[in-house]
Design a protein around this ligand. Structure first.
Ligand code: PMP
Length: 451
């Protein structure tokens, strides 16, 4: 059987329906069959290599085929691949729960597991609603969310998200949520600081909480970076104000750290930069260093206690997924946390993110780049048609696709989201590889904006 790229593409397109894809695009957009990965690089079946500048949808932390994580998963595989987590337990899930509660903001003492980010959001939403019901405040059943937020694709997660492209069509199927303007600092006034803008935007949240707290279970948000909403960023002061207001109004704060958790913004969790502890925290993606599907919702002791009762009262959280807390995934997560600890990853990332920011900021000189923004290891350049008016290109022109295709031809995986050309590399990336991805982005931006 032939093993060139074309053969795999043909076999794939005969049966595989790809995620987040208009399949007809593949009549002209190449599909890349990947044979192997190593470090920050992917390799196709003809030996062409691609620098994974987006960590394979923001999941990979320590490179593909990382020897330490491989060894941990292999060792676990010889012992136990999967077991039901209701009524049974296993060492990796016990150790992981101990480790997560130790690194998470103090007070998050309980871990509930699922197997992807959307499911974690579903769990957090259900848990918050159910908590209020268990404590006799069943009227608190609505959710407050930020404009331009993203929390996943399952119906509950989609409902509490706000990216129109993904949500609009399914609106008739979704629960009604309360949406407030985002603190997105791209929209700040000239001369206004991030903190001033974020603080000013908080007035909308405060007013909404004052009006709806009696019927609201929780506010859900992505701390510091609205990733799928185009890598829009805001100041930690917004989280501080929100924590204080949620306490005052007796509303839960759900931090969706699925994308920003595990060091992406410079701290282990983005919430740390505001010195706050959410009531519920959703984790996935980097949880297993991008190895295996796993998610966790961390909860406080009072939330856990509200479900702890005689069975017949039917107060328990009767939510489950078949692969909840899978041992192989937990062993990858344990190896990931071990690397964080022993390799002083957050410390080393400071130099890497400084280099990434410094290089990427040179893109801001381009006549079609409105700004370059950064939170730690996430850096984005905003593409615009008109720099002075900050007018975006019509989305139908798909200029990001031109950048994507150019980058592939140069051996770099860049995948602009909305108008943002961004970098979110694995932490094993080298300064030279950072230089390459920024250079290729510059060429792509030039090509995409020259006509
Ligand atoms: N929340 C956030 C903030 C995300 O970025 C994502 C995925 N991009 C999700 C939730 C959903 O995670 P998953 O794709 O694993 O369902």
């Amino acid at each position: 059987m032939k093993t060139d790229n074309a053969t795999y593409v043909e076999r794939d397109l005969a049966h595989v329906w790809h995620p987040c894809t208009q399949m007809k695009d593949h009549e002209h957009v190449p599909l890349i069959p990947v044979r192997r990965g190593e470090g920050a690089w992917l390799e196709d079946f003809e030996g062409k290599r691609y620098l994974d500048a987006i960590s394979s949808w923001w999941v990979n932390l320590f490179g593909h085929a990382n020897p330490r994580i491989n060894a941990a998963v292999r060792e676990q595989l010889e012992r136990l691949e999967q077991v039901i987590l209701a009524g049974f337990t296993h060492e990796p899930v016990i150790r992981l729960s101990e480790a997560l509660t130790a690194v998470a903001p103090a007070g998050l003492t309980r871990c509930f597991y699922a197997d992807n980010g959307s499911s974690a959001v579903e769990v957090a939403v259900k848990m918050s609603f159910h908590y209020w019901r268990n404590v006799g405040r069943g009227a608190k059943r609505r959710f407050i969310t930020l404009a331009n937020s993203y929390h996943g694709e399952t119906l509950g997660a989609l409902a509490v998200g706000n990216v129109e492209l993904y949500k609009e069509i399914y609106q008739p199927l979704l629960m009604d949520v309360i949406t407030v303007p985002s603190p997105d600092c791209y929209e700040r006034e000239p001369g206004e600081s991030w903190a001033e803008h974020s603080r000013r935007k908080f007035a909308h949240m405060e007013a909404t909480l004052a009006r709806h707290a009696h019927e609201t279970a929780a506010v859900i948000l992505e701390p510091l970076v609205q990733c799928a909403g185009g890598m829009r960023m805001y100041d930690p002061v917004y989280l501080q104000l929100l924590r204080e207001a949620c306490d005052r109004h007796q509303v839960h704060l759900i931090a969706d750290e699925v994308a920003v958790g595990f060091g992406r913004t410079g701290t282990m969790f983005a919430c740390e930069q505001a010195g706050i502890r959410p009531d519920l925290m959703c984790l996935s993606k980097g949880l297993t260093a991008g190895y295996l599907p796993l998610s966790a919702v961390l909860a406080t002791e009072p939330i856990y206690a509200a479900f702890y009762d005689e069975y017949v009262k039917l107060n328990a959280f009767l939510h489950s997924h078949s692969f909840t807390g899978n041992p192989l995934a937990c062993s990858a997560a344990l190896a990931c946390l071990d690397i964080f600890r022993t390799d002083r990853v957050l410390e080393r990332n400071r130099a890497l993110s400084a280099h990434l920011g410094e290089r990427a900021r040179t893109l801001a000189d381009h006549p079609h780049v409105a700004e370059v923004r950064q939170h730690g290891m996430i850096v984005a350049a905003e593409l615009v048609q008109d720099k002075a008016a900050r007018r975006p290109y019509p989305w139908q022109q798909r200029r990001g696709l031109t950048i994507y295709r150019h980058a592939l031809s140069r051996g770099v995986l860049l995948r602009p989201v909305g108008s943002a050309v961004y970098f979110m590399p694995p932490y094993v990336v080298t300064p030279e590889e950072i230089d390459l991805m920024v250079e290729v982005a510059r060429e792509g931006i030039e090509l995409a904006t020259c006509a």
